[in-house]
Design a protein around this ligand. Structure first.
Ligand SMILES: NC(=O)c1ccc[n+]([C@@H]2O[C@H](COP(=O)([O-])OP(=O)(O)OC[C@H]3O[C@@H](n4cnc5c(N)ncnc54)[C@H](OP(=O)(O)O)[C@@H]3O)[C@@H](O)[C@H]2O)c1
Length: 296
């Protein structure tokens, strides 16, 4: 398949590696061109502009920071939609509000293209291994056309409704996870005086109903963070998760609902970012809170 990927940040680069490894013809574009170099060295074709990327692809994947990044990449005179896009299928995978995906879909259709959304659960490792969880929104026929490709990126593909439904589902999935990181810091503060080793604490939590699934994957990094050791490469940074929390609160507001626990968690994340941890790994959220209590 001829696949274009616009946005080769952490997730886009991992997805590109996966698709290159499966033998697809992959073209890449990134606002900061430097970041495409490891991919072009691995066989991807560089595109000078989003519009050129779309011209050489049957499928175009975008996985970008937020709505402003989508706007900048799709629109404008060199944007993905600038040229002829008739019959091309766009797969939008960023974590944004449902309304952002719906508006984009209408614009893609107006230009003669097709669009589905597939925001994902899972981080860089699962993206490289094709083991993401895809929350898909789109028309049945468009999703059917994209499915063989989606199944090469995802261990599970859930078509949850029309465009916008995938974004709602992705925000909902991330909500308890992001609140958890803050709640876990509060729990650690309570048991810090016990002076237990980080790895032992994680092991105890992971074996009880106080520990969610994320401890299976991120437990070792979290134990290292508690011990003040290096957690390895950042997979999810705090500023990106502030964006997700803000998006959830905005979306709830548009639905006439309030999310008091989420809103308070966002304040705690904002404080962590204000303290200079914004580009740091998410594990710094619980560790920062824990440190309110002196260690033994
Ligand atoms: N990391 C994860 O574990 C994870 C998991 C699931 C979902 N997601 C979601 O996936 C999306 C990407 O996440 P990531 O971790 O890959 O982020 P990232 O490493 O920060 O990459 C963000 C990408 O967006 C591009 N971008 C940002 N602003 C732009 C603009 N104004 N115009 C054009 N391009 C712009 C960046 O280009 P530059 O390189 O030029 O900055 C980069 O390609 C986000 O919506 C995130 O919430 C992330």
């Amino acid at each position: 398949m001829k696949i274009g990927i616009a946005g080769t940040g952490r997730m886009g680069a991992a997805i590109a590696q996966r698709l290159l490894g499966l033998g697809h013809e992959v073209s890449v574009w990134n606002r900061t061109a430097e970041k495409t170099k490891p991919l072009t060295a691995a066989g991807a074709k560089p595109a000078a502009t989003p519009s050129q990327l779309a011209a050489s692809s049957e499928f175009v994947i975008t996985i970008l920071t937020d709505a402003a990044a989508i706007e900048a990449t799709y629109h404008g005179k060199e944007g993905l939609l600038a040229g002829s896009v008739g019959g091309k299928l766009f797969i939008e995978m960023s974590t944004v509000r449902p309304e952002t995906e719906r508006k984009l879909s209408a614009k893609v259709r107006k230009r003669g293209g097709l669009m589905i959304e597939c925001p994902v659960g899972g981080t860089i490792g699962p993206a490289k291994d094709g083991k993401l969880f895809g929350f898909v929104g789109g028309d049945v026929a468009d999703v059917a056309r994209a499915r063989p490709l989606l199944e090469q990126m995802c261990r599970r593909v859930e078509h949850v409704g029309p465009v916008g439904a995938g974004a709602s589902m992705k925000l909902a999935i991330n909500l308890p996870l992001l609140v958890f990181w803050q709640a876990f810091g509060e729990a650690l503060a309570l048991c810090r005086p016990l002076g237990l080793d980080g790895a032992r604490l994680i092991d105890i939590f992971a074996d009880t109903s106080g520990g969610p699934n994320v401890l299976k994957n991120r437990g070792p990094a979290l134990a290292a963070a508690i011990q003040g050791k290096d957690v390895g490469p950042v997979t999810v940074d705090i500023d990106a998760m502030r964006k997700d929390l803000r998006t959830m609160v905005e979306e709830a507001g548009a639905l006439g609902a309030s999310l008091p626990v989420t809103a308070r968690a966002l304040e705690c994340y904002d404080q962590a970012s204000g303290a200079g941890l914004g580009k740091g790994d998410i594990t710094a959220i619980p560790v920062r809170w824990m440190k309110q209590v002196k260690s033994k």
